[in-house]
Design a protein around this ligand. Structure first.
Ligand SMILES: NC(=O)c1ccc[n+]([C@@H]2O[C@H](COP(=O)([O-])OP(=O)(O)OC[C@H]3O[C@@H](n4cnc5c(N)ncnc54)[C@H](O)[C@@H]3O)[C@@H](O)[C@H]2O)c1
Length: 260
């Protein structure tokens, strides 16, 4: 019997990185998982990997910031799985810019996906949970939701917004026995950093084209960046009944980078 046996779980942005690690462990522990991503071929590949290991998964295509696409993807999932028990709002991205050069386009693009996308998916997911009077919503925040970083102004604002949405959701949906928590990674070695390494070098925030991740993570007490596998145990805890009495919280899981 797995720790999330029989649970129906969607993870947005699970065609890659952290989300991919989550759907793999959740399926291995008995959940039916929805692998939702902008990138359909990436979602298909993750579903094939899970199926090859004997797990149950379905690929869902959609941009989390587009309500009609989210509605269509969630409907497809519920028709397949029968219900929605847990939603991970994990899709997100960053495009660094020096403070004085941040454009409206840059701000809007990041806030749309990382902020509005969490709101839209929370609303559309909650519509399936409220009739069941149970559910768990889990948001991917960041150390950048605890403190500001140079060249990350819109990204930090979006992750502070995730904490705000988490608390407001927890208060508002408690009457339906729906909990909402988030977790805050530090530096996780995923494809997100492939782009960030180059972007931070291009704007003079890193010494070499591939050094930004290690420079950024130099103060990690655990002495290294995380791998997606380092976050899997926490994802299982948050998705399982073990976290039933917890809501409105943000778990720091950053190897000891930010101690507040
Ligand atoms: N990697 C890190 O160091 C780190 C640290 C803190 C927080 N985070 C957060 O973790 C989450 C996952 O990041 P990751 O490192 O796994 O990145 P990643 O780039 O490896 O994976 C993100 C996935 O999300 C998908 N995606 C992007 N925009 C989307 C949209 N609008 N709709 C649907 N899917 C979309 C991408 O196609 C990609 O497959 C993000 O919210 C990110 O901000 C990452």
């Amino acid at each position: 019997m797995g720790r999330v046996s029989g649970k129906a779980i969607i993870v947005t942005g699970s065609g890659s990185g952290i989300g991919k690690g989550f759907v793999k462990i959740l399926a291995a522990e008995g959940a039916k998982v929805g692998v939702m991503d902008l990138n359909r071929s990436a979602a298909d590949a993750v579903v094939a990997e899970i199926a090859a290991s004997g797990g149950q998964a379905i690929a869902l295509t959609g941009d989390v910031s587009k309500r009609d696409q989210v509605q269509a993807a969630f409907k497809t999932f519920v028709e397949w799985a029968g219900r929605l028990d847990v939603l991970f709002n994990n899709a997100g991205f960053n495009k660094p810019m020096p403070l004085l050069e941040v454009t409206e386009e840059n701000w809007n693009a990041i806030m749309n996906v990382n902020g509005l996308g969490v709101l839209i998916c929370t609303q559309e997911g909650a519509k399936y949970m409220i009739p069941n009077k149970s559910g768990k919503i889990i948001n991917t925040a960041s150390i950048a939701g605890r403190q500001g970083y140079p060249a990350f102004t819109p990204y930090c604002a979006s992750k502070f917004a995730v904490n705000a949405i988490t608390q407001a959701t927890a208060r508002e949906l408690a009457k339906y026995d729906i909990t909402c928590n988030s977790f805050a990674p530090g530096v996780v070695d995923t494809p997100l950093w492939t782009a960030l390494n180059q972007d931070l070098f291009d704007i003079g925030e890193a010494k070499e084209p591939d050094s930004a991740m290690n420079e950024f993570g130099a103060g990690i007490l655990k002495g290294r960046a995380a791998l997606p596998e380092d976050l899997q145990g926490m994802a299982l805890f948050l998705a399982s009944k073990d976290s039933d009495y917890m809501t409105g919280q943000t778990i720091m899981i950053d190897g000891g980078m930010v101690l507040v």
